[in-house]
Ligand binder design. Structure first.
Ligand code: FAD
Length: 329
C-alpha cells in the first residue's frame, strides 16, 4: 500500500476547452494533496490537448500527465480505460477523482473494475482522515443521511464528484509544475465502438451550474403555463430557470432544469424558489446559494427555514408584481 501516492484528477475537455468540473475537482485535489503532503496531478487525455497543460498547472496541478493520441480524440470507454489503467498501474496513484459527468460516470466504474478497487459515486465532499484515508462523503437513503465511505484495503481510492459542489482554485499565473507526455499503447483493435458522427444538441443547454441568478418553479407553479411566469421573472433578472423534481416529473419542464440531489447542484448569488416546498432532496442542490428567496402560499413550508427572504403568498400574484417593480426600477 505504501507504494501508492499522489492524488490524480481525470481532466475532461471538450474541443480543447477544459471543463469547469475538472477545475473544481483539481482545486479540491490541491487542498487534499497539501493536507497529505503529496502531489496533485492532472491526467489529460485526448488528441492535440497538450496546450491545456499549462492552464491546469495555474489551477493547482503539480504534474500534468498528457496522454495524447489520435485514437483518443473522442471519448470511448475502451480506449480511455486502457490508457488510464496502464498509467495508474505503473505510477500507482493513491486516489483518482472524476467528475460525475456522463463520461466520468461511464469511465470510473470501468477503471474500478479493471483495477479491482472501490468507487464512490456522486460525492458532494471529500476529506482526509487521521490515517491518511480518503473520506468520500455523499447523501444516502434518499438524502436522509450523509454517508462517509472509505476504501481501506484497495488502491487507488476512487470517487466521482458532482459538478458545482467544489470551488475552483483561483488561477495563479506564477505557479510552476511539470508536464509529462505519456506515449500510450493503443491500437484500433482495442476499441470496440466506432464513432460515426457527433451531432451537437441544437437547443441551448441550460447552464444552471454557472448561473448567478436562478428562478426555480415547483409543483405550486401548476403546469407548463405557470412556467412562462417563472421564465419571465428569470428574464427580467438576467437569470436562468430551475425546477423541482415534481415539476420535471409532471412533464412541465425538461430534466436539465432540475435542481437537487438527483438534479444539478447550484451555487448562484440569488435563488428564488417559487411554489417549492423545500424537500431535503431539493435543498441538497441549492442550499449553497448566497441569498435564497422563497415564494410560497403555505407559511409552514420548510423552504422558509433556509430562506433569507420569505414571501407568503400566491405566486401568481406575487411574481407579476415583482416583474412590474423590476421593470420600473
Ligand atoms: P411540493 O412538495 O408538492 O410543494 C409544492 C409547494 O408549492 C407547496 O409548498 C405549496 O404550498 C406551494 N404552492 C402551491 N400553490 C402555490 C401558489 N399558487 N403560490 C405559492 N405557492 C404555492 N426533488 C427535487 O426538487 N430535486 C431532486 O433532485 C430530487 N431528488 C430526489 C431523490 C430522491 C431519492 C427522492 C426520494 C426524492 C427526490 N426529490 C427531488 C423529490 C422531493 O422529495 C420532493 O418530492 C420534491 O422536491 C417536491 O417538489 P415541490 O417542492 O415542487 O412540490
Amino acid at each position: 500500500m505504501s507504494e501508492y501516492k499522489d492524488i490524480w484528477v481525470f481532466v475532461e475537455q471538450r474541443e480543447q476547452k477544459l471543463m469547469n468540473v475538472s477545475l473544481e475537482i483539481l482545486g479540491e485535489a490541491r487542498r487534499l494533496a497539501d493536507k497529505k503532503g503529496v502531489k496533485a496531478c492532472a491526467v489529460l487525455v485526448g488528441y492535440e490537448v497538450k496546450g491545456l497543460a499549462e492552464e491546469l498547472i495555474k489551477y493547482g496541478a503539480d504534474v500534468v500527465y498528457v496522454i495524447d493520441h489520435p485514437l483518443l480524440k473522442n471519448y470511448t470507454t475502451d480506449a480511455y480505460t486502457k490508457v488510464i489503467c496502464d498509467l495508474a498501474n505503473s505510477l500507482k496513484p493513491e486516489v483518482i477523482l472524476y467528475g460525475a459527468t456522463y463520461i466520468g460516470r461511464d469511465l470510473a466504474p470501468r477503471i474500478a473494475a479493471r483495477m479491482r478497487t472501490g468507487l464512490t459515486a456522486d460525492c458532494t465532499a471529500l476529506d482526509i482522515d487521521e490515517n491518511g484515508l480518503l473520506l468520500q462523503i455523499r447523501p444516502a437513503f434518499g438524502g436522509n443521511l450523509i454517508a462517509t465511505i472509505i476504501c481501506p484495503e484497495r488502491r487507488p481510492q476512487m470517487a466521482t464528484i458532482r459538478p458545482g459542489v467544489m470551488k475552483k482554485a483561483l488561477m495563479d499565473e506564477g505557479r510552476r509544475g511539470e508536464v509529462i507526455e505519456i506515449k500510450p499503447v493503443i491500437e484500433e483493435k482495442d476499441i470496440r465502438t466506432e464513432i460515426i458522427s457527433i451531432i451537437k444538441e441544437a437547443r441551448q443547454k441550460v447552464n444552471l451550474e454557472e448561473a448567478d441568478i436562478i428562478v426555480s418553479g415547483g409543483r405550486g407553479v401548476g403546469g407548463p403555463e405557470g412556467f412562462k411566469l417563472i421564465e419571465e421573472l428569470a428574464e427580467v433578472l438576467g437569470g436562468v430557470v430551475g425546477a423541482s423534481r415534481a415539476a420535471v416529473e409532471a412533464g412541465w419542464i425538461s430534466s436539465d432544469h432540475q435542481v437537487g440531489q438527483t438534479g444539478k447542484t447550484v451555487r448562484p448569488k440569488l435563488y428564488i424558489a417559487c411554489g417549492i416546498s423545500g424537500a431535503i432532496q431539493h435543498i441538497a442542490g441549492m442550499g449553497g446559494a448566497k441569498t435564497i428567496v422563497a415564494i410560497n402560499k403555505n407559511p409552514d413550508a420548510p423552504i422558509f427555514k433556509i430562506a433569507d427572504y420569505g414571501i407568503v403568498g400566491d405566486l401568481f400574484k406575487v411574481i407579476p408584481a415583482l416583474i412590474e417593480e423590476i421593470k420600473e426600477a
